[in-house]
Design a protein around this ligand. Sequence first.
Ligand SMILES: [Zn+2]
Length: 315
Amino acid sequence: MGMYKKMKTGLVTDKIFLEHDTGHGHPESKERLESILLYLQSKSYTKDLIEIDAKIPTEEDILKVHSLAHYNKIKSLSEKKGYLDGDTPYSAKTTEAALKAVGAGIEMADRIINRELENGMVIVRPPGHHAEKDHAMGFCIFNNIAITAKYIQSKGFKKIAIIDWDVHHGNGTENAFYDDDSVLFISTHQYPFYPGSGSESDTGLGKGVGYNLNIPMQRGSGMSEFKKAFENKIIPGLEKFIPDFILISAGFDAHINDPLANLELTTKSYEIFTEQLKSIARQYCENRIISFLEGGYDLKALSESVEAHISVLAG
Ligand SMILES: [Zn+2]
């Protein structure tokens, strides 16, 4: 477990995330993490690394979001390879990687709650935002960000804002909090697109109505549409909600060079988004932000965008 610390910004990752083997040619590959970490190491501000241990989350942590059947299924995966859904393969080390991807979020949350850190990013795989209560989906096994949100709430921080700027709709996260007014879920995503959900008219259920904000983007949308979304919807939504903690589902597959999708953001876009959320965090929640790596499949665009994001968090 490596952890970078400067200006009270942390970075948690783990070698186990390189051992979740998705097979030859799968876009959600270990090379994604290798590229990110190599690129970060080339930046002078990331030189001081402190070793810390990732937690394996407890069953209780996982069951705040997932069914016991799903947890048991992932815990009991055998040594052989297989598929959890059509595009979510597993290998011998997948169980440990999936558990530690959750544990990395919880570890970061603890260190921010203890005020050892102010913000940080967990660079994990498998990603999490498509994972549903009772099944893996879309490269995701456990919903890392949703479980961390529940964990943070159990420590006394009631209002959590989750901003999901991955190019795909965060269906698993939406469903985890759809009837919940204590979590504001905001998602920008290409639409219509995988996984099919994410309509603007899906605003929540029961007391959760108004706490689910989908911002669908047409194919070809770029920074001008996102700028409007931040100005007119995301920032006013956050100012009205007044979060105690901000979590980001940071996928970088809305980048113009990404091979899986068709939005037109640039590396600079992620700097601007991060600055805006950092300003909200400074105003309302003592800088508390945890960012979770989700998608992003062009290795160069991914590495540069993650670095741009972290440099603003740490700046
Ligand atoms: Zn994605």
